[in-house]
Design a protein. Structure first.
Length: 160
């Protein structure tokens, strides 16, 4: 069974987002072993300088890197990443599994993104859209797309 880890900066604050996350975790339990690792974001001033942001990204990046399971294929979610259709993501996950990859990691940074160190570890940089979404919502969208990818693989009617 495929192991999928989502490493993210920040916790889901609103109950409706926690409920949505729990629902997708439950749905995915039959097709993969999923874990979500929530890491605290660095505290920044109200109007942070570029240096303060860089320091925060570096500190968050170190904590993220420590949580990446060894031998994992890493996807970073970032604005400059490549956009994929749901079918393309499903096919990519299937192809990785066929080649012996058993562990995937998806990383969602905080509001200022991800450090260059984390991005350099990435096998693929993915973007959900050219639009900007709250990071909490991005997690739910990612969970849904992982679920959809699994359902496409199974040939289910979920994906129409």
């Amino acid at each position: 069974m495929l192991n999928i880890t989502i490493i993210c900066i920040g916790k889901l604050k609103e109950q409706y987002l926690r409920d949505a996350s729990a629902e997708y975790v439950k749905r995915l339990s039959s097709s993969c072993k999923l874990s979500i690792v929530e890491l605290n974001g660095e505290k920044l001033s109200d109007n942070p300088s570029q240096k303060e942001i860089e320091n925060a990204l570096h500190a968050e990046g170190k904590r993220i890197i420590e949580k990446i399971p060894k031998g994992s294929t890493v996807y970073t979610m970032c604005i400059e990443g490549k956009q994929r259709t749901s079918e393309e993501l499903s096919c990519e996950i299937d192809n990785l599994a066929v080649t012996g990859v058993s562990s995937l990691v998806f990383i969602i940074g905080g509001s200022f993104g991800l450090s260059d160190e984390v991005k350099k570890l990435s096998h693929q940089r993915l973007s959900m859209s050219k639009m900007t979404f709250p990071h909490q919502l991005a997690r739910i969208m990612l969970l849904e797309q992982i679920y959809r990818a699994m359902q496409i693989s199974l040939g289910s009617k979920y994906h129409k």
